[in-house]
Design a protein around this ligand. Structure first.
Ligand SMILES: [Zn+2]
Length: 177
């Protein structure tokens, strides 16, 4: 586990941190105020829009994996409901307005920056408007599910697999895991 990626000073008092084992778990403990600093995964929301056996993907404008295609996705904002986050990311990255998001599955994925993130995949059955790529996406369009480009995130691939199962689509995806 890599703690150095997440934090190097105590968020309560600014003191330096030590590593201790508490109940067999490696924890960060402040040398000054004694508080234990818990590191937790960060939630990400990802939107699945499938129409006519095609899925909406967005092309990444930023690191990591610039230029690769993935589900419209991003970090949940503070105090935001996950469903709202999924619709917001869909709108920001593809220009489409969505309705009735349904949680499909939740997948933990390792992250260089956060240790791990939990990606909440939402199926969005109804969308409106015209595709206009924006925010973190340089492009957005539908791909036939049996011919989608290589998606760099295993969590997104797993979500797509879950989604086509949930939607009872008889499609062979171009990846196994
Ligand atoms: Zn402290």
């Amino acid at each position: 586990m890599t703690f150095e990626i997440a934090i190097d000073r105590c968020p309560y008092c600014g003191g330096s941190l030590t590593t201790q084992y508490i109940n067999d778990k490696r924890r960060l403990v402040c040398a000054k105020c004694g508080k234990t600093i818990y590191l937790n995964p960060v939630p990400v929301v990802a939107s699945v829009v499938i129409k006519d056996n095609s899925i909406l993907l967005a092309k990444r404008k930023n690191l990591p994996n610039i230029g690769k295609w993935n589900l419209p996705a991003g970090f949940l904002e503070l105090y935001e409901q996950p469903e709202e986050g999924a619709l917001r990311e869909l709108k920001e990255e593809t220009g489409l307005l969505g309705e009735d998001p349904k949680l499909c599955c939740a997948i933990t994925q390792n992250s260089k920056r956060y240790g791990s993130v939990v990606v909440l995949g939402f199926i969005i059955p109804k969308t409106y408007g015209k595709i206009v790529p924006g925010d973190d996406a340089s492009d957005a369009r539908f791909f036939k599910l049996n011919d989608i480009p290589k998606i760099p995130f295993s969590s997104h691939r797993k979500i797509i697999k879950h989604a086509i199962k949930d939607l009872k689509l008889d499609i062979k995806l171009p990846f196994n895991s």
